[in-house]
Design a protein around this ligand. Structure first.
Ligand code: ZN
Length: 160
């Protein structure tokens, strides 16, 4: 495994829709392993492949300390409800904003074995999935935020 560089500052790869994975080969497996290591090192809870410069439909979501969801060619099949919550992004360090997201989602995709998987999620995991799915479309949370947090709000955000 190796750490990869996380792109930031509106890098063009971040703003471009990613391409479908045609074949799950050793390069894809290595990418997934590297993404997990890179996400953990950065203290993040999710990562999309184009954040490390690879324009492919691949995302990961941390579901607690040990478990990481890996999704290849993911798409959202169903959404339910709406809730507003605070989000940040490893590609936009230091900025946080209030973003409306669906409360519950059903996402389908493939695992690294090429098996079809279906994930039902709500709350934080649903929010992270939507954030990462947006990345794969070249969309950043700052474009969807109702408002960005002020620096003095950030301090209280970090304390809690
Ligand atoms: Zn992000």
């Amino acid at each position: 495994m190796a750490l990869r560089k996380i792109l930031s500052d509106n890098h063009p790869v971040l703003l471009t829709p990613t391409r479908e994975v045609k074949k799950i080969n050793s390069g894809v497996m290595r990418l997934l392993d590297d993404m997990i290591e890179t996400m953990r090192e950065a203290g993040g809870v999710g990562l999309a492949a184009n954040q490390v410069g690879v324009s492919k439909r691949i995302l990961i979501v941390s579901e607690g300390e040990e478990v990481v969801l890996e999704l290849i060619n993911p798409y959202c099949e169903h959404t339910e409800g709406e809730e507003i919550g605070v989000e940040g992004c490893l590609s936009i360090p230091g900025l946080y904003g209030e973003v409306p997201r669906a409360e519950k989602v059903v996402v389908r995709g493939l695992d690294r074995e090429g098996r079809e998987i279906r994930i039902e999620a709500e709350g934080l995991v649903a929010r992270i999935l939507q954030h990462e799915l947006d990345h794969l479309e070249g969309v950043l949370f700052t474009g969807k935020a109702l408002r960005m947090l002020e620096p003095e709000e950030l301090q209280s955000e970090e304390q809690t």
